[in-house]
Design a protein around this ligand. Structure first.
Ligand code: PMP
Length: 409
């Protein structure tokens, strides 16, 4: 089993100089005990912790890694730009190249703006909607994650009621609940924020009902509110374009980050012409928002996604993983739910509300050499080979065996 000597030492040092030793979504306080807190690196679909233990990566850095770690073309493009300059007095030409590429790639987009994190992008979408409409209220789905700023963080610490007073709430896939929330907002409705499918951490996932997506579009058309798609987690993993293009619904604004630069720090807001003036009014910026390296990496990523038919590759691997997992759960006589798109699946055990069985499963999967998550959707990358999937499935089979043992026969 895995040795974690270097990891333990780093955790001890971190406890003294980092509040809580670690914070945010990558804190292992949210994971079973065996998970390493610190990683050394990765290549393709393999990653190594600081003690040198190797894992098949089914989390992909929580989404950013889509072509695999250290993708050669992306890293070459980033290195070539880094040799010229990164953080300068003004952006490089790559900013315009990337905006043009995104406008060509994403059907609803007439323009692009850039930032660093998904939270920057979702926040900016809300601000643009308000600037354009002169109204205040944004509707969000109860339990949906849109980032870690005071208006959207899931933890109450340090958040004031005023931070949330311009939000209204609806239930995902329930148009009647949206109509009620819109009625409550009245003529102050600035926008409706929605994720491509329901992917709340800790819960079974739900694909979008196309009728619901069309209903949101119609309501926004009626009221002049902005339809805002939070494509931060799904963007460029489900489709090479907006995740709702296959659904046939175009948002007015969309928020992107994670996969667009294969792990380089970049976020984007895309929008249509109706919201261009609203966007132009904002003063939004950051010291690192115009850094050229991540923009060069994004151009290489989007180009490689298309040329390597990466979405199809992920769908094939995701289907193979799903078939393997479902067969294993069946053979161990363990009732599970395996929900969401094959490339972003979520596994839960029937009746496991406290996630105890999920934790046993994840911990044994980790010991067997696959890094997955007990209460967050997983991510399949285009770098997964048949051998990677076979090794991942060997580990999950042992993990199911451990769950079987935990429950008893
Ligand atoms: N929206 C969604 C749907 C996300 O999954 C995330 C990140 N998990 C965010 C917004 C926030 O992105 P970031 O952590 O980069 O600020």
């Amino acid at each position: 089993t895995a040795e974690h000597t270097a990891d333990k030492r780093l955790r001890e040092r971190a406890r003294a100089v980092i509040p809580g030793g670690m914070y945010g979504h990558q804190s292992t306080a949210l994971l079973p005990g065996a998970y390493p807190q610190f990683m050394r690196g990765g290549r393709g679909a393999r990653i190594w912790d600081v003690d040198g233990n190797e894992y098949i990566d089914l989390m992909c850095s929580y989404g950013p890694v889509v072509l695999g770690h250290q993708h050669p073309r992306v890293e070459e493009a980033a290195a070539a730009q880094a040799a010229l300059g990164d953080c300068q007095n003004a952006p490089g030409p790559v900013m315009v190249d990337l905006a043009e590429l995104l406008v060509r790639t994403v059907r609803h987009a007439d323009w692009a703006m850039f930032a660093k994190n998904g939270t920057d992008a979702t926040t900016m979408c809300c601000t643009i909607a308000r600037a354009r409409t002169g109204r205040r209220k944004i509707l969000v789905a109860t339990g949906a994650y849109h980032g870690a700023a005071p208006w959207c963080t899931p933890r109450p610490a340090g958040v004031t009621p005023q931070d949330r007073e311009n939000l209204g709430y609806y239930t995902y896939n329930d148009m009647e609940s949206v109509r009620q929330a819109a009625a409550a907002a009245g003529d102050d409705l600035a926008g409706i924020l929605v994720s491509p499918f329901k992917h709340d951490a800790g819960y079974d996932q739900e694909l979008v009902d196309p009728g619901f997506a069309r209903g949101l579009r119609a309501l926004c058309d009626e009221t002049g509110a902005a339809l805002i798609l939070d494509d931060v987690r799904c963007g460029f993993r489900l489709h090479l374009g907006s995740s709702w293009e296959p659904v046939g619904v175009a948002p007015d604004l969309s928020a992107w980050s994670k996969a667009i630069a294969n792990g380089h720090a970049l976020a984007a807001v895309l929008g249509n012409d109706a919201f261009r003036d609203g966007a132009r009014q904002l003063f939004v910026t950051g010291s690192f928002w115009f850094s050229a390296v991540s923009m060069a990496a994004a151009i290489a990523t989007i180009t490689a996604l298309a040329e390597e038919r990466a979405v199809e590759a992920m769908e094939r691997s995701g289907a193979e993983l799903r078939d393997g997992i479902l067969a294993q759960a069946h053979s161990w006589d363990l009732p599970i739910s395996y929900t969401g798109p094959d490339v972003m699946p979520y596994l839960s055990f029937a009746g496991d509300e406290d996630h105890r069985l999920g934790d046993v499963f994840a911990e044994h999967a980790l010991r067997g050499g696959v890094y997955l998550h007990p209460r967050h959707n997983w991510f399949v990358s285009a770098a997964m080979t048949g051998d990677d999937i076979a090794r991942a499935l060997e580990a999950t089979d042992r993990a199911f065996a451990a769950v079987r043992k935990q429950i008893g026969n």
